[in-house]
Write a protein that binds this ligand. Structure first.
Ligand SMILES: [Zn+2]
Length: 405
């Protein structure tokens, strides 16, 4: 049974009680779901997890569904936590780990966010769901909407990936291609008027609750001792905010201590850059929005949660960094050879950042460092980019075969 009590505005502090609560605050800022954690603490403990479902719904008392047994679930969560011993040794890192979210349904951690958001949309009797997106969220929403029996509309932002278009369509979603900056015009008002729920990042509070389960799971898999540093994709700030919310709740529940990891947010860019967090900005700099999304599949639409993401980075003494696309491609390729893991571009970017983060002093070689791989490598564009630079013809005895060096 959920211990959800109310929704709270992240900017003006207004509170709203369900079931009449809006999905975002009239002031324009995102809402966060709040729970009666004292009640949860009394009625729920870590030992219960031994008998809990092997999905993210094992944390149901701190998720928003009134009837968690009716959750729209495809088996999301409990993804592998893997030691990257060889990769770590090469970098001189003693305790490097990878949380492989590619093992979720639809190949990314957006399965968590959509399982929660679509379950809640169904519970609230929404007529349909919609999203403007460029990658993993679009596919996950399409799949979970199908599982829920809800009509889904996907607005893929140009330039559209053919593979993504086909996969969303296969789940029965109605898919349109729209110009990059048209999100508010095409999704916002018409969607609300038709009773269709907009599941864009921070447009409603429940996707974040699904992302939060990643933080609970990291704590559980590390036996309730949080890592020193977490390097994760920026992804609209949802990963940062979700992880931090989990760690705060775990502290209140008494399940993990008050020590928090430093969070480093990573995305692709034209060159290496570091923005140190300060208040709701990176020292006056905007959150880095990279121009190279055509090559990477990184999210490109602006986020309603940007201030919240900066605030989270500030609290964690963290930073946002950009990694050059060619370094991401090289890391993706090398990691596949060294560890047998072909990561998505966002996860590869996080690993590609490690060396420079060490040089910047944002990491220490003896720390426990966790990298989040947000999803699978569904596009070959980065590998093609790497291959264009590296592929050489080998001996004609091999009949014209070409192979990466
Ligand atoms: Zn507000």
């Amino acid at each position: 049974m959920t211990t959800l009590t109310h929704l709270e505005c992240t900017q003006c502090g207004a509170t709203y009680a369900p079931p009449a609560a809006p999905l975002s605050c009239p002031c324009g800022a995102p809402l966060l779901a709040r729970y009666d954690l004292e009640r949860a603490r009394k009625n729920w403990n870590r030992a219960w997890l031994a008998h809990a479902p092997s999905t993210m719904w094992r944390y149901a008392p701190v998720l928003p569904l009134k009837f968690p047994e009716q959750a729209v679930s495809l088996g999301e969560g409990l993804t592998p936590l893997l030691p990257l011993a060889r990769w770590g040794r090469n970098l001189g890192l003693a305790d490097l780990w990878l949380k492989n979210e590619a093992c979720n349904p639809t190949g990314s951690y957006e399965a968590r966010t959509m399982s929660c958001a679509i379950s809640k949309a169904k519970e609230d009797q929404s007529a349909a769901v919609s999203i403007a997106a460029s990658g993993y969220p679009a596919e996950a929403m399409s799949a979970y909407a199908a599982a829920a029996g809800l009509p889904a509309r996907v607005l893929l932002l140009d330039p559209v990936s053919e593979g993504l278009f086909l996969r969303c369509s296969a789940y029965g979603a109605v898919v349109h291609a729209v110009p990059l900056r048209s999100r508010d015009r095409t999704v916002g008002q018409p969607v609300q008027q038709s009773g269709c729920r907009d599941l864009g990042a921070f447009a409603e509070p429940y996707r974040l609750e699904g992302m939060k389960t990643l933080g609970y799971e990291v704590a559980e898999q590390f036996h309730w001792r949080l890592p020193d540093v977490i390097v994760c994709p920026l992804s609209h700030g949802m990963t940062l905010v979700g992880l931090w919310k989990a760690f705060e709740e775990l502290d209140t529940l008494g399940w993990a201590g008050s020590e928090r990891p430093r969070l480093i947010a990573v995305r692709a860019g034209a060159r290496w850059s570091v923005s140190y967090a300060s208040g709701e900005t990176g020292g006056g700099q905007p959150m880095p929005h990279e121009p190279a999304s055509w090559a990477t599949g990184f999210p490109v639409e602006p986020s309603l949660g940007e201030a919240l993401a900066w605030r989270t980075l500030t609290h964690s003494r963290g930073a946002a960094v950009t990694v050059p696309v060619v370094e991401i491609a090289e890391t993706m390729y090398q990691l596949a050879r060294i560890e047998g893991l072909l990561l998505g571009p966002e996860g590869a970017a996080c690993l590609a950042a490690l060396c420079r983060l060490l040089a910047e002093g944002l990491l220490v070689a003896t720390q426990r460092i966790l990298v989040i791989n947000s999803g699978a490598s569904t596009e070959d564009r980065l590998l093609k980019l790497r291959a264009r630079e590296k592929v050489r013809p080998v001996s004609s005895r091999l009949g014209g075969l070409i192979t990466p060096r």
